[in-house]
Design a protein. Structure first.
Length: 136
């Protein structure tokens, strides 16, 4: 990705995120990821494409991998909240390498971002608090 392309995308998201943030978490194709800022300690809310949800965990996509601000926040403070379909869920997040099987479970909208603007994309796996899972 060129520097110019990266700057254009950054400007686009700076305009789009404040508009989508109130709708994200209510609409089925978006969620809101809430992290704790690594420098400020303030809550940061980022709208993201909804990903695979199995009841005990949810997988989200970071198209800029571990370079995104929310991924860096997760590295410092992995406890997060995810607003999905109007409900907040608490959990512990980790940045993991993407795999094709999980990527296929994302919507076409999310996969498009992965392919077109992805710059070393990663998955954000959130293991939800208080949910037992046989797969762990």
């Amino acid at each position: 990705m060129t520097v110019r392309h990266h700057r254009l995308l950054h400007a686009y998201w700076k305009v789009l995120n404040p508009i989508t943030r109130p709708l994200a978490g209510l609409m089925p194709w978006w969620v809101v990821l809430e992290t704790t800022g690594r420098r400020t300690g303030r809550m940061r809310r980022t709208p993201l494409a909804n990903g695979p949800f199995d009841g005990s965990s949810i997988v989200l996509l970071s198209v800029h991998g571990d370079r995104s601000a929310f991924a860096r926040n997760i590295a410092d403070a992995p406890h997060v909240r995810v607003k999905r379909r109007g409900r907040w869920h608490s959990g512990t997040a980790s940045v993991v390498e993407p795999d094709d099987a999980t990527l296929r479970r994302f919507s076409g909208y999310a996969r498009l971002g992965y392919r077109t603007v992805g710059d070393n994309p990663k998955f954000i796996r959130v293991e939800l608090d208080g949910v037992a899972s046989a797969s762990r």
